[in-house]
Design a protein around this ligand. Sequence first.
Ligand code: AMP
Length: 119
Amino acid sequence: MAYDSHNVFSKILRKEIPCQPFYEDDFVLSFSDLNPLAPVHLLIIPKNNYISFDDFSEKASSEELAGFFSAIGKIAKKANVSQSGYRLITNHGEDAHQEVPHFHVHLLAGKPLGSILES
Ligand code: AMP
């Protein structure tokens, strides 16, 4: 599957459409989700083009991989949720209902989220 640069997050990175930015560095952009599912609902995306977690983990440089994960930790602290707790989610493909085919991590916090591991 080839990366499709018409997706909405690619447009946000090119500043063709606006976002509500929360954090930015050399490797990532983080902004508020348009349809928040929790009081804190941030999206964290790499600045380079990857479709999914496996695409990112296969193709990104060590520097990018480290930069991405380190940024998530900084973002949790900046959002003031590292004490109260948060959930990270990444969806890929039809089965997981991935809507935007640019790799992203959701950070959800600010209310009890319930267990997603119960059957
Ligand atoms: P996913 O289902 O994991 O691909 O999630 C995509 C997320 O992107 C959804 O939670 C949408 O609400 C969110 N989203 C779509 N368009 C925008 C946008 N223009 N700005 C911010 N978030 C968006």
